[in-house]
Design a protein around this ligand. Structure first.
Ligand code: PFF
Length: 450
């Protein structure tokens, strides 16, 4: 649908909520959130995360969406709208570049999901539950690379054909199924013998598990999961019509995204206690946690093959709607800023995804001897984007509002359609808290690796 400025727009609030939720709910919720929560303190991580979502998350998601709607531009254009200075160009580009660096390694994990889906379809439910299956898979360069390429192919095919309408329709059906299935698996998981200790670990904050890294990691995860500090919501806001309630629609996205993350935590963390003992080593497994723990749950339940197929199919879909949003935002930046056509822009994005993604995909096998700052490639790209670039992008957005746009104009944009119930909190965080807090996080996460 077109509005009078010739820019496409979502037809109504649901259109925005569906698109923003489709981009928000993905591997971040199902794969990344549980392993970080397991590693960084369980209940205390969850508590810090929830506080951050309700404060900084709320402020950023509102700001980006309103900025997009005000300027009707994607990030680079939205910053340039307020002047032609180096600082503004830098702010726009850092927001635009982040998705280009995330989507390659995101596709590697997407490839792992494809592999598991195929393995369940072949009925390998018992083999998948063994402790060594995952490790030997990711060490096998060829197999990992092929599944990674398959995932990229699926993402780019959909983007190139422009059939987002199709995928939106599919995700409208699949998302509710994912929620129902997540409830069933979580219900099964928390009732396994020994799982209660995991439920407690995940839901009850224990201050002795708190460390500063809990806050640092929770902030990065919040950016990642809500797709903020990476220009996406500026772009989505630019497609939002002038009569949509910004506060209500962004709150719905936040609530839905957080619900899925909590459900994923309940599927995975109690199972770590029930099946792997719940000691520090099994909780600290990192990126492999979902792939090691859930197969044990599936192998122990009736209809495990069916559950495995359905689960990995739904995760694949959630991952695809997110990788499409990530790659699409990069493609549209190339179209707008380099003046390239869609085909050329898609090809450039494909090249970036293949080159950078291959480093991550081979980083556990043939390239495993190479480390950057002590990290394998996948961890490095994850660290660079989440812990370094996103805080910088978030600071750039706050500075843009404080110095160029003005808070008054932001309030007017939001108020044109919403009551703006939490205006005081919004203004307070934006004016006094956001920049120093995010700067401290940024410095400490950088210091942590040196
Ligand atoms: N929010 C997504 C997730 O949690 O998996 C990741 C992501 C998707 C980030 C799309 C940015 C984006 F544009």
């Amino acid at each position: 649908m077109e509005d009078n400025s010739n820019r496409s727009s979502f037809s109504n609030r649901l259109g925005f909520v569906m698109a923003a939720a489709g981009s928000a709910v993905g591997l971040g919720n199902i794969w990344r959130f549980p392993y970080l929560a397991a590693k960084y303190g369980g209940g205390i991580f969850l508590l810090v995360y929830l506080v951050l979502v309700a404060t900084f998350g709320y402020t950023m998601i509102m700001s980006e969406t309103a900025l997009g709607r005000m300027t009707k531009k994607s990030p680079v254009g939205a910053f340039a709208y307020f002047g032609d200075r180096f600082s503004l160009r830098f702010g726009g580009w850092i927001n635009a570049i982040i998705p280009m660096l995330i989507v390659p390694y995101y596709s590697v994990i997407g490839g792992w999901v494809c592999k598991y889906l195929f393995a369940y379809m072949q009925g390998h439910v018992k083999q998948l539950a063994s402790d060594t299956y995952f490790t030997s898979f990711i060490q096998n360069g060829i197999s990992v690379e092929l599944f990674f390429l398959l995932f990229i192919f699926l993402t780019l095919l959909i983007i190139y054909m422009g059939v987002q309408n199709g995928i939106e329709k599919v995700s409208k059906i699949m998302m509710p199924i994912l929620v129902v299935l997540a409830f069933i698996i979580a219900g099964y998981s928390v009732t396994r013998p020994g799982a209660m200790a995991g439920v407690k670990y995940f839901l009850i904050p224990n201050f002795k598990d708190f460390s500063w890294m809990t806050v640092v990691t929770a902030l990065g995860q919040m950016f990642y999961s809500l797709s903020i500090a990476m220009g996406i919501l500026i772009t989505f806001g630019s497609y939002m019509k002038k009569d949509v309630d910004i506060e209500k629609s962004t709150s719905q996205v936040e609530i839905f995204d957080t619900l899925i993350a909590i459900l994923a935590g309940l599927m995975i963390i109690p199972a770590v206690f029930a099946f792997s003992g719940g000691d520090a080593a099994s909780l600290g497994k990192g990126p492999s946690l979902m792939f090691i723990t859930l197969p044990k749950v599936f192998a122990s339940m009736g209809m495990g093959t069916f559950a495995g197929i359905l689960f990995f199919l739904l995760v694949l879909l959630a991952a695809l709607t997110s990788s499409i949003a990530l790659a699409e935002s990069a493609v549209s930046t190339f179209e707008d800023e380099l003046g390239w056509n869609r085909k050329k822009s898609t090809l450039l994005m494909a090249a970036i995804m293949i080159v950078l993604g291959t480093l991550s995909s081979l980083g556990f096998g043939p390239l495993s001897s190479i480390h950057i700052l002590g990290m394998d490639f996948l961890d490095f790209f994850d660290f660079l984007t989440n812990s370094v670039m996103m805080p910088v992008a978030a600071i750039a957005i706050c500075l843009l509002i404080l110095k160029n746009v003005t808070i008054e104009k932001m309030i007017a944009e939001v108020k044109s359609t919403s009551k703006f119930k939490r205006k005081k909190i919004y203004v307070f965080i934006l004016k006094y808290l956001a920049i120093p807090f995010v700067a401290i996080i940024l410095i400490s996460s950088v210091l942590d690796v040196f």
